[in-house]
Design a protein around this ligand. Structure first.
Ligand code: FES
Length: 109
C-alpha cells in the first residue's frame, strides 16, 4: 500500500491509501472524493486533473503526448498538473500529495 494526501481547493485534507499499481484516480474515488473520471482512464475527459505537489512532481513517470494534450484543455492548468488516471502508485510515491482543482472540464460532453 502507498499513502496519498488529497488537498481540496479550499484547503481540506484527506489521507488515503492505494494499492501499488493503482491509479490516483481510483484511489480518490475509493476514498469518497468527487472525482468524476468520466472516461474511466482513457485520457478523453480531463475530469481527473490534479495538481501534484512540487516536491513529488519529478518522481512521477513523465506524461505521454496524449496526456499533455488533454492537460492543455484542462481548467486551471499549472506547471505540475497531471491526469490522476495516469499516475500509477509505486513504493517510491508513498506519501504523494496532490491538490484537487475547483473545477474540471469534461471533454466528453
Ligand atoms: S479519467 Fe478521463 S482523462 Fe483521466
Amino acid at each position: 500500500m502507498a499513502r496519498i494526501t488529497f488537498v481540496g481547493a479550499g484547503g481540506s485534507v484527506l489521507e488515503a491509501e492505494a494499492e501499488i499499481g493503482q491509479s490516483v484516480m481510483i484511489a480518490a474515488q475509493q476514498a469518497g472524493l468527487d472525482m468524476e473520471g468520466a472516461c474511466e482512464g482513457v485520457m478523453a475527459c480531463s475530469t481527473c486533473h490534479v495538481v501534484v505537489d512540487a516536491k513529488w512532481f519529478d518522481k512521477l513517470a513523465p506524461p505521454t503526448e496524449e496526456e499533455e494534450f488533454m492537460l492543455d484543455l484542462s481548467y486551471g492548468l499549472q506547471r505540475t498538473s497531471r491526469l490522476a488516471c495516469q499516475i500509477l502508485m509505486t513504493d517510491a510515491l508513498d506519501g504523494l500529495v496532490v491538490t484537487l482543482p475547483n473545477e474540471w472540464r469534461n471533454m466528453m460532453i
